[in-house]
Design a binder for this molecule. Structure first.
Ligand SMILES: [Zn+2]
Ligand SMILES: [Zn+2]
Ligand SMILES: [Zn+2]
Ligand SMILES: [Zn+2]
Length: 179
């Protein structure tokens, strides 16, 4: 029935926004970096956090702000900014933020951005995971290697199952690494 579908999509949307919010600055992640426990924070936030909590001369690591698990650092001669930089980027969160931008039609053409141009994106290639403006979509469909890629209109992105797949994927990852 139509009503049950609406409820499901609505609750999914709430979770989705939550997952994209940094628990330190309470804003959408900027440069989301994840710790071994999979908790994710902005690179700048984790840097500030390490600075404010690390009082030791030769620290061996820092504790996750959420679960307090120790994150050991490779080289304690490096400064905390480098530790934050060295943390892996959370690509999952990055793509989700991208998708959120598409939903609010703030998404710019990735190919044009690469050339420092701002063009609103109209379509999205599901193979390249990149958004394109009208012009770039035409180019994308011209080249032999990308000709057969599945391109969908940006406005349709959030009505398909992509968001759901991403959420499920992140839950599975979480469960797997929990001891
Ligand atoms: Zn933050
Ligand atoms: Zn944690
Ligand atoms: Zn373009
Ligand atoms: Zn493509």
């Amino acid at each position: 029935m139509a009503t049950s579908t609406v409820v499901k999509v609505e609750s999914l949307k709430d979770n989705f926004d939550d997952l994209l919010t940094c628990t330190i600055c309470l804003e959408t992640f900027k440069e989301p970096k994840y710790l071994p426990c999979l908790h994710t924070f902005c690179e700048a936030c984790i840097h500030t956090y390490i600075n404010s909590t690390n009082k030791e001369e030769k620290p061996i690591g820092f504790k996750c702000p959420v679960c307090r698990r120790l994150v050991s650092i490779v080289d304690n001669k490096e400064n905390s900014e480098t530790w934050a930089k060295q943390l892996p980027l959370n690509h999952l969160i990055m793509s989700m933020i991208d998708r959120k931008a598409m939903k609010t039609s703030e998404k710019l053409c990735d190919a044009c951005s690469f050339r420092n141009l701002s063009q609103n994106a109209m379509s999205f290639c599901t193979v390249c995971e990149e958004a394109y403006c009208e012009n770039c979509e035409v180019h994308h469909k011209t080249y032999k290697i990308t000709r057969n890629h599945k391109i969908v209109p940006i406005k349709d992105i959030n009505t398909d199952n992509n968001a759901l797949n991403f959420l499920e994927l992140s839950h599975v990852t979480n469960i797997k690494t929990r001891e």
